[in-house]
Write a protein that binds this ligand. Structure first.
Ligand code: DAV
Length: 371
């Protein structure tokens, strides 16, 4: 049965089949959260964000929302159904029996929280205390999908305790230096410990029957093992990108565009010994073009490599951030039609075009691309 806009249906097996229905985040009430172990480890040492926290300036929230609203309209004009989260009050502190944080984060990057695999949407454990309740921003939508689509499976991974035992104290001194960080990343020594399963949804890429998961700051090996047991019909692969001193989320590092083609961050190449499944099945892994910017925008957690954080609309069409001219040029050469989307002033709220969306429905079924 073909997809119809009049009926809610959740289904998405990969990152590239024709997109019909998507969630686009909002910048509403976004906060720079107070210090906490896993978050501090990600903030680059020379970042303008070190040492400050609180609600983001209203004019930056308004500007980011303007861009996100425009992006949603652009998608709607292409007949893609767009839903938006309902912001909770992120100024509220969070206290559990195990930890306290003075504020929360926001509801801009749904990709970090929601993992859609087939007819299921799974709320990730998350690994930052300030993001523990972030799923609440999406609950009105998930409730609606559950009521309207009898086949939809709404799942939530076990909430982690996030005590100090979840974090390596070595990472918490401010001036570690990138050389040391790279050494640690190569040794797979990350800020998170193996105390309990942890994963962010944005560490997972979906290739039909195969899930490719980055082991790094936000996802530990137990988190990957949890995913393996939770999705018994999938093959779950662990990958690392040792060139990244701040490894969180796979979507500015490894970007599948269509069956057989992936762009890979040239500073974070997939190591040879992890390429077997791609090589054996004739997939090309090409270096991504350079970002157009030398620095991230102000108060941004992410690197300039949000240039490759693109949203694939179908195997021939891709949304690229408007100022990322080199990435757009490369996509064109790779045979993709490029849709330009202005989003850079929203990067600081948690990421780019892939981050700020979460799949609800794509055409296609669960295929085996790596037989
Ligand atoms: O390169 O800073 C950003 C990923 C956001 N989901 C980076 C990773």
């Amino acid at each position: 049965m073909a997809w119809s806009p009049d009926k809610t249906e959740v289904k998405s097996w990969n990152e590239w089949d024709t997109l019909r229905h998507v969630i686009v985040g909002r910048a509403d009430d976004c906060h720079i959260p107070p210090e906490e172990p896993a978050l501090d480890a990600k903030v680059p040492e020379d970042s303008d964000m070190r040492g400050q926290w609180g609600r983001r300036p209203q004019e930056t929230i308004d500007r980011a929302n303007e861009l996100l609203d425009n992006f949603a309209d652009q998608l709607r004009k292409r007949d893609i159904k767009v839903d938006r989260p309902v912001s909770i009050d992120h100024a509220q502190p969070v206290t559990t029996p195990d930890f306290h944080t003075d504020s929360q984060f926001g509801c801009m990057p749904p990709r970090d929280v929601l993992l859609t695999v087939g007819r299921e949407m799974l709320e990730a454990t998350m690994s930052y205390r300030c993001r523990w309740f972030e799923y609440l921003n999406y609950r009105p939508l998930l409730k609606q999908y559950w009521e309207e689509d009898p086949r939809f499976r709404h799942e939530a991974a076990p909430k982690p305790r996030l005590t100090d035992a979840d974090y390596h104290p070595d990472y918490l001194s401010e001036k570690i230096g990138d050389a040391k960080r790279l050494e640690w990343a190569a040794e797979k020594f990350f800020v998170t410990t193996e105390e309990e399963p942890l994963f962010d949804a944005a560490d997972v890429l979906r290739f039909g029957k195969d899930l490719v998961v980055q082991h790094g700051f936000t996802t530990n090996l137990k988190g990957i093992e949890w995913l393996r047991r939770h999705f018994p019909d999938h093959r779950v692969h662990t990958v690392n990108f040792p060139g990244d001193p701040y490894p969180i989320h796979i979507d500015a590092t490894f970007t599948p565009l269509r069956p057989g083609l992936i762009v890979n961050n040239p500073q974070r190449r997939l190591p040879e010994d992890q390429r077997e499944m791609f090589n054996k099945n004739g997939w090309d892994i090409v270096d991504a073009a350079q970002p157009a910017h030398n620095t991230p925008p102000p108060l941004c957690y992410s690197s300039t490599w949000l240039s490759m954080n693109v949203l694939v609309l179908d195997p021939k069409t891709v949304c690229v951030e408007k100022s990322e001219v080199y990435q757009a040029e490369q996509m064109d050469k790779l045979g993709m039609e490029v849709v330009e989307v202005e989003l850079r002033d929203a990067y600081a709220f948690g990421g780019g075009l892939h981050c700020c969306t979460a799949d609800v429905y794509r055409d296609g079924d669960c295929e085996d691309y790596f037989p």
